[in-house]
Design a protein. Sequence first.
Length: 210
Amino acid sequence: MHDRVNQVAVGLFSRKGFAATGIRDIGRELGLTSATLYHYVANKEELLVGVMETCLREYLRGGHEAVSSSPDAVVQLCRLVHFHVAAESVNPMTSQVTNREVRSLTGPNRARIIALRDEFDSLYHGVIEAGTEQGSFDLIDPRVTRLVLVEMCNGVANWYRVDGGLSIVELQDRYAALARRVVGAGSRKRVAMLAELVPSRLASEPDANQ
């Protein structure tokens, strides 16, 4: 039942937003009264934190796997972007909620989720530093470059559809090519990716393409 509660919450938070979704809305989707729902969750914010933490820990797992797969910063960047794009496209609603609802968290919950998000973003920072040291990247502003790359990949969840003409693999390759240009490594030959870096669907995702 906990997984089903999370699935329904993700769908409602994605469509309506966290602030506009009430416990009664979640209970109604589940066919439960609010009193019964409180047996499974203490409050609405606890639901949100659970969804976001699960998502970010999966991002960290896949992100670390991507950057540890090669000492070459260009390969690291391409594999990190491949993973990030796959995560956003396979789990769009979960990703949308995680990307935009930090503003709805309070106190320790907010601090914990921001720390996890920053830890994932730091993978891009590390790759950018490595590429600069290796002489592979030609950057004007490393900080802005990192923000551009992260936001570029985060945005996939807002528009990508599997029936839209591009497969996930094609999208990954195009984003990797764009990322190489962003860091000034666009002249390097295409880097082969690892198919196993595509993430499995998160348990909290109700329907990847609703």
